[in-house]
Design a protein around this ligand. Structure first.
Ligand SMILES: C[S@@+](CC[C@H](N)C(=O)[O-])C[C@H]1O[C@@H](n2cnc3c(N)ncnc32)[C@H](O)[C@@H]1O
Length: 382
């Protein structure tokens, strides 16, 4: 097995070398364009698509390889680069790609809590709804939430965590923020239906958001991947926390190498259609931005949990195809509906394969708890 693996790695390295030597970039690009046009017709079986995705992932890993010295040098350059960028870039494009797609679509594809992020499968027999709840409960515990606190959620999606917190902690006051007005409308409707009264929802772009108060806890689940300047973001967040308050962050990440989602060629399909301006953090990336908030605890969640989550979304996408097609016709235009149905399937397939790679030990989920020093400690430090 390992012999086959090493042989494949050598072949890929040879091909990469030949590719550079013969400047085959344009040919590869043209080939991928043809592959995409065929795939858009919804005629390629999933097992072939999955194989292609795994090959592209192998190539990506090869391109990130190098000595430890080289990898660290690249990471330090990445950290420096982030510090010079705005808090987030291309925010309108990313918002349009996902978060302003009609909510009816996500109601069909996601679980009961509409959690648009990794879930947690504690047992093999568990379904999507239980897995959503497991991860929400784990995040509450790791964020050290307790009844009576004031909590701000950054990047609230369709309210999975905010509504869960509001119900679990009825004496807490929860404020949820995202840049999508359709998300706010949905959460407010659901809060009314559930008779939840301790939740406020704000629509704002993180680039210029100013928190209206200070909080005991700030939580953020899979929003940091849309951000760039973590130094500035963490500085701002520290000013929105009360002394002794804590920030809990859940991100997806690669175990060691961070990168940007950039459109360089046709293989960067994800960056082009689904994740413009996005970042793939490394597990340790946020640790380089502790000027104002100090890490208390860090956890790794194996990527297989995210892969199973994505497979469940894919099953729903296929199950509700009849209901989804008219939503896509209305969103993307009648002529483009099938193409986008295929693109969303590809998105779930590609992400599932990514998180499943190497048994979920290559890409996965990072959890972090950062504390703002209590007032006395802060003044001593100053
Ligand atoms: C992957 S979703 C996660 C949603 C939610 N936390 C969950 O777990 O279901 C990312 C969220 O971040 C929000 N977001 C992305 N970029 C943003 C920005 N620039 N400003 C404010 N919110 C943003 C999106 O609207 C969305 O609500």
């Amino acid at each position: 097995m390992s012999l086959v693996y090493h042989a494949q790695a050598v072949v890929i390295r040879l091909l990469t070398w030949l590719y550079d030597l013969l400047q085959l970039g344009a040919v590869f690009d043209a080939f991928l364009k043809v592959v995409m046009r065929v795939t858009e017709l919804d005629v390629v079986p999933d097992f072939i698509i999955r194989r292609g995705i795994r090959l592209l992932l192998k190539i990506r890993l090869q391109s990130m390889a190098g000595s430890l010295e080289q990898q660290l040098e690249r990471k330090m350059a990445f950290v420096q680069e982030l510090k010079c960028l705005p808090v987030a870039v291309q925010t309108a494009a990313a918002n349009e790609q996902h978060y302003e797609v009609p909510t009816e679509y996500f109601v069909l594809v996601l679980g009961r809590h509409l959690k648009y992020s990794s879930c947690l499968y504690n047992n093999p027999g568990e379904g999507l709804n239980e897995a959503e709840r497991n991860m929400l409960a784990l995040c509450c515990a790791r964020a050290r939430l307790a009844d009576g606190q004031s909590v701000l959620e950054l990047g609230c999606g369709w309210g999975s965590m905010s509504l869960f917190m509001a119900q679990a902690f009825p004496n807490s006051s929860i404020t949820a923020v995202s840049n999508s007005s359709t998300q706010r409308e949905f959460i407010q409707r659901r809060a009314r239906d559930l008779d939840v009264r301790n939740l406020t929802v704000i629509t704002a772009d993180m680039v210029d958001f100013q928190a209206p108060s200070t909080y005991d806890r700030i939580v953020s689940i899979e929003m940091f991947e849309h951000m760039k300047n973590y130094a500035e973001l963490m500085r701002r967040i520290s000013t929105w926390l009360k002394p002794g308050g804590a920030l809990f962050v859940h991100i997806f990440c690669h175990k060691s190498n961070p990168y940007h989602f950039e459109v360089k060629d046709e293989s960067d399909w994800m960056a082009r259609y689904f994740f413009s301006g996005g970042t793939m953090p490394s597990l340790d990336l946020l640790l380089y931005f502790q000027q104002h908030l100090a890490l208390q605890q860090q956890w790794w969640v194996n990527g297989c949990h995210y892969s199973r989550t994505l497979e469940a979304w894919l099953v729903n996408q296929d199950k509700f195809r009849k209901a989804i097609m008219p939503i896509f016709a209305q969103t993307y235009g009648r002529d483009e509906a099938l193409k986008w149905f295929v693109y969303w399937r590809l998105f779930y397939l590609a992400c599932s394969e990514l998180f499943n790679y190497n048994g979920g030990e290559e890409w996965g989920v990072g959890h972090y708890l950062f504390m703002k020093p209590a007032a006395a400690a802060a003044s001593k430090a100053a």
